[in-house]
Design a protein around this ligand. Structure first.
Ligand SMILES: Nc1nc2c(ncn2[C@@H]2O[C@H](COP(=O)(O)OP(=O)(O)O)[C@@H](O)[C@H]2O)c(=O)[nH]1
Ligand SMILES: Nc1ncnc2c1ncn2[C@@H]1O[C@H](COP(=O)(O)OP(=O)(O)O)[C@@H](O)[C@H]1O
Length: 226
């Protein structure tokens, strides 16, 4: 990606709204490097790092991990990425996290996936994950070619410990109380773009068109200045 089309995008939405699925499509269409806070935490848990073990009980109980720890992990990872454009998925999830991000970098746009809670609950119990890559499947929506096996690597898929109906309810409550205020935070800055629907395939063309327009507008602005 050239300097002409720098785009720093955050993708938000309740658990199961399709952030990972839409992020995969954004990566494919626009080549933005993708950083997912959930994937990062899960790889720490899998590697049994001190931090991962500490965070596992929080995640399994459907609670957010503490702001200072989460902000430190993400901001360190972003520095390591050494990329001017990115797609941030799952962070920020609290106003304090949004402020810590603002303190170090400018966000250009925030994509908000507005999917009803009822739709989400049905999806999460049939979510399957290829953990090393973050590739996500669903028995009803995008099943793997062979049940329980990742299409690309042939490695086994797993289900997330926090995708049980009880924990999903807790995560949705945490979203309401802690994350919805972040939507207001970005709305007041004029950065929030909301996409409402119950199907990713309906939402995606709108997200794609929005990002294409955004990148074209930024190219023209840079072109005018050159
Ligand atoms: N039925 C159905 N499932 C979907 C749709 N979009 C995504 N999913 C599945 O729903 C689950 C949650 O999606 P994911 O992208 O992981 O959401 P995230 O938690 O917001 O990152 C996964 O199993 C997806 O494969 C959809 O439009 N319909
Ligand atoms: N920015 C964050 N702040 C605090 N906790 C987080 C953050 N991102 C992820 N987590 C923890 O990891 C869990 C899984 O996150 P994620 O994979 O993004 O969930 P989902 O895909 O269901 O939205 C969250 O329920 C929370 O416990």
């Amino acid at each position: 990606m050239s300097i002409r089309n720098i785009l720093r995008t955050v993708i938000m939405g309740p658990p199961g709204s399709g952030k990972g699925t839409v992020s995969g499509r954004i990566v494919k269409s626009f080549g933005l490097p993708h950083l997912s806070s959930g994937d990062l935490l899960r790889s720490n848990i899998k590697a049994k790092t001190e931090l991962g073990l500490l965070m596992k009980s929080c995640i399994d109980q459907g609670q957010l991990v503490p702001d200072d720890i989460m902000s430190r992990i993400i901001l360190t990872e972003m520095r390591n990425m050494d990329q001017s454009s990115w797609l941030l998925d799952g962070f920020p999830r609290t106003v304090a996290q949004a402020e810590s991000l603002d303190a170090v970098v400018r966000v250009d746009t925030v994509i908000n996936l507005d999917v009803p809670f009822q739709t989400i609950k049905q999806r999460l119990t049939s979510r399957w994950l290829h953990q090393p890559s973050g590739r996500v499947y669903n028995i009803d929506f995008n099943p793997p070619k062979i049940a329980g096996i990742d299409d690309i690597t042939g490695e086994p898929l797993t289900q997330r410990d926090d995708d049980t109906p009880e924990t999903v309810n807790k995560r949705l409550r945490a979203y309401e109380y802690q994350t919805q205020p972040v939507l207001e935070y970005y709305r007041s800055k004029g950065l929030l773009e909301t996409f409402t629907g119950t199907e990713t395939n309906e939402i995606w063309p709108h997200v794609q068109a929005f990002l294409s327009k955004k990148l074209t507008a930024r190219n023209e602005m840079v072109g005018e200045k050159a």
